[in-house]
Design a protein around this ligand. Structure first.
Ligand code: UDX
Length: 440
């Protein structure tokens, strides 16, 4: 295997996981971030994020094949390929904010002295890699002439890493997408990833950029589809957990991302669906299915609120315990968390909310929210319990002792993660989402 000198710009969860995994498979890697505090922490082995397996990889490779820096001068003149893995947040219109990408591109351009491949990992709107290549070549041509500028190539190489499983998703990727307008950079990228032994998809840059949005939009739609089936289940007396199980065995459907619940959140699905809808509106395409998927997701919290009101009446003056703050289990990430949306709505309706999460803490300002240090104190004297994130700790809870703490034994399982008969046997009234066993 040929090893390469690789630079990774950005040490967020995509950049850091990419850098550590590329070092693990044998390449020499320098990861760069403009945040000096983050880099000095990484040099002393302190991880900026909670990601299983990551700290082991960083420790094993640090000082050998993995280094950290804040200096482009150390990276760009040295590297064969530089990966851009900076954040691309949404602005208030749902448009992708490319400020950090352009900062990285312009700084790379100032430091280029020889031919270079720039691989774009950040999720960017279709056509961005074309614009990056044009800008880089123009800037480099002005500074160093045609020979260097003609040797600059930009490749689209999107990531599909899930938080909480990012290292495993990198090492056992379902596919690696390489979007390139020339054969040589595509060959180099293929060789870099070849130790992984996973399938490759080679295509043009625009298709590659769209593969990322289309994949996330499809998964988000799959979740909204099963959430809609869950609503139908309640009307016809069926159980969505069984319906999803029965559907998931079909290899054309598959069981992943078919769990009904409080809806999707996190740093990708809400942002990428909004960005894709903005891309569509700019080219005059009405993406009806995706719009509906977003609408369904936006109303999932209200559905759970309706259930709470149906069992408690007016929420003002009541105490609601919420288990889960993170947008999904095994992460401390609360970005776009449906649990936080639920908490904020219940607070607005005048209830007292007590919340507990094994790892996450709410980042925003939620006046009136009582954050508890354990699951038991959270449910003390509560009128109802809502399970908003399916942490294993909640799934394995002894519900008889939980019931003893509560004022009213009402449990709304907003992730369909509990065993209903155990909860019912403990004396609770159990309400799942789209489950026929919502009696008690
Ligand atoms: C996602 C994509 O899976 C990944 O490929 C992409 O690169 C980044 O976005 P991530 O946001 O880490 O990854 O989480 P994921 O596990 O996909 O879950 C996203 C949201 O959907 C979570 O809020 C989760 O609770 C919800 N979800 C997931 C469901 O409601 N039901 C499901 O069946 C699966």
């Amino acid at each position: 295997m040929q090893t390469y000198k690789l630079g990774v710009i950005g040490t967020g969860y995509v950049g850091l996981v990419t850098a550590a995994c590329l070092a693990e498979i044998g390449h020499d890697v320098i990861a760069l971030d403009v945040d000096e505090g983050k880099i000095s922490n990484l040099r002393s082995g302190v991880m900026p994020i909670h990601e299983p397996g990551l700290s082991e990889l960083v420790h094993r490779n640090s000082g050998r094949r993995l280094r950290f820096t804040t200096s482009y001068d150390e990276v760009v003149p040295w590297t064969d390929v530089v990966f851009i893995a900076v954040g691309t947040p949404s602005d208030s219109n749902g448009d992708v904010e490319l400020r950090y990408v352009w900062q990285a591109v312009d700084t790379i351009a100032h430091h280029v002295h020889r031919p270079l491949i720039v691989a774009v990992k950040s999720t960017v709107p279709v056509g961005t890699c074309d614009m990056i290549e044009k800008r880089l070549r123009e800037m480099v041509r002005a500074a160093r002439g045609n020979t260097v500028s003609d040797g600059i190539s930009v490749v689209s190489n999107p990531e599909f890493l899930r938080e909480g499983r990012a290292v495993a998703d990198f090492m056992k990727a379902d596919r690696i997408v390489i979007g390139s307008s020339e054969p040589e950079p595509a060959r180099v990228l293929k060789e870099i990833y070849s130790p992984l032994g996973v399938p490759f998809v080679f295509c043009d840059r625009r298709s590659s950029e769209l593969i990322k949005y289309a994949s996330n939009a499809f998964l988000a739609t799959k979740i909204s589809f099963i959430n809609s089936i869950a609503r139908l289940c309640e009307r016809v007396g069926a159980d969505v957990v069984k319906v999803a199980e029965g559907m998931g065995y079909d290899h054309r459907i598959m069981p992943e991302h078919l769990r009904a619940g409080l809806g999707y959140g996190g740093s990708c699905f809400p942002k990428d669906t909004a960005a894709l809808l903005r891309i569509c509106s700019k080219v005059g395409f009405d993406f009806k299915i995706l719009k509906a998927a977003v609408e369904v997701n936006d109303s999932q919290v209200d559905w759970v609120i309706d259930k709470l009101r149906a069992v408690l009446g007016e929420l003002a003056g009541k105490t609601v315990a919420v288990w889960g703050i993170a947008f999904k289990p095994n992460t401390d990430d609360t970005r776009e968390s449906p649990a936080l949306r639920l908490i904020s709505r219940v607070l607005q309706l005048g209830a007292t909310v007590k919340a507990y999460d094994p790892v996450a803490t709410p980042d925003g300002n939620l006046p009136g929210l009582v954050v508890c240090s354990d699951a038991a104190s959270c449910v003390k004297h509560a009128d109802a319990l809502v399970v908003a994130t399916e942490w294993a700790e909640f799934v394995n809870m002894d519900f008889t002792s939980v019931r003893e703490q509560m004022k009213n034994p009402i449990c709304i399982d907003a992730r369909n993660c509990l065993n209903p008969s155990e909860v019912l046997e403990a004396g609770f009234r159990y309400l799942g989402l789209g489950r026929s066993i919502s009696i008690g």
